[in-house]
Design a protein. Sequence first.
Length: 394
Amino acid sequence: MESMLTQIKDIAAKIAPSLIEIRRHIHAHPELSGQENQTAAYVSGVLSSCGLHVREGVGKTGVLGELKANANQNKWLAIRTDMDALPITEATGLDFASRSLGIMHACGHDIHTTVGLGTAMVLSKLGSAFCGNIRFLFQPAEEIARGATWMIEDGAMEDVEAILGVHVYPSIPAGVVGIRHGVLTAAADDLELTIIGESGHGARPHEAIDAIWIASMVITNLQQAISRTHNPLRPVVLTVGKISGGGAANVIADRVKLWGTVRSLHPETHQNLPAWIENIVANVCNSYGAKYEMNYRRGVPSVENDPGLTQLVESVALEAWGSDRLQIISEPSLGAEDFSMYLQRAPGMMFRLGVGRKDRPSYPLHHPQFDADESAILTCVVTMASAVYKYWHS
C-alpha cells in the first residue's frame, strides 16, 4: 500500500492545478437543488474524458459515472458527492465568486464535486494497478434532502456493496481528516402546525380565542417539555423557524401557522417524537378552547458510520497524513444529511474534511462569506482514492 499511496499522491499532485480550476468554475456557476443542469453537463464531460461510462439524468439532474476495472466482479463501491448550491447572495469578494445573483456554494458542494472528479481522475490513471469497480454518484438536491431518494429510485445503488462520502467542515483546519465512529448526524423531520382559534376585537379578548397567544404557549410548552421530560443523554432540538398569522393590530387572529424542524439522534426517541409533540399541542389547545392541525413529515434518518469502513478510512488517513492531520470527532452533529438514505441500502461511511482557513477568518457553512481553503481538495482526493484502492486490494 505504501508504494501505491506514493503513486496516488504523485498523480494527485500533478492534477492539483486542474482541480483548483474545476472547483472555481463550479463555484462561479452555482445551481439550486433540482436545477443542476449545467453542473451535471460539466461533470459528465470531465468523467467522459477520464474514460468512465457516464449516465446523465439519474435522479432527475444527477450524474452516474462508472469505472469498471474488474470484469469478473459485479459489485460496486460507490462514492457520493453532492452538487447543489444554496439561495444565498455571496459576499466573499473572490475573483471566482458566484455569477448567479442570490445563489452560492455556501455549503462546500463545489469542493465535494471536485473531490469526486479528482478521485475519478486519479483512479483512471492507475491503469492495471487498480482492479476494483467504483461508481461515482454526483447527486442533486441534497440541500432539500430529496436527491438521494431520487438517485436510489433511478437505480444508483443497484449492486453497491458499500458507499463513501465526505463533507467539508470549516471548524476543522484545512487538510485535516475528521473521523467519527458511530452516529455522525441527526435524524431531521419537518413539523407544520396550525392553531385554530376564534377571531374577535382586540379590545375584548375574552370574547375570542387568541390563536397567536395559544401558538406562543405551544412553542413555550414544547421547549420546556424537551428540557424536563426527555432524557438529556438523548438530545432533541425543536426549532420553530417560521410563524404566520393575524391581519391587523386590533383584530385577534383566529389562525396561526407554524413551521419547524425536529432533530434527534436516538432511534427510539426519533420514533416517538410525533406522538409526544401532538400530545403537548393537544393539551395546550384543549386548555384554551382552540383546535389544531398537525402535519409531521419524516425526513432523513441519522448517518451512522459502518465500523469496518470507518476503520478503513481512518487507517488510510493516518498512513497518508500522519496523526497530526487526523482528528477523531467525539460528538455527533445535529445537522442532517440525506447520505443516510443510501445507508438503508448498503453500509457506508462519511468523513469530515477540514477546510478552515489559516490566512483569514473562517466563516461557518451557509454563511454568505464562507470560503473553503482549496488546499484541502488534494488531501481529500488522495484520502478517497487511497481508501477505494485499499477497499478492493486488502
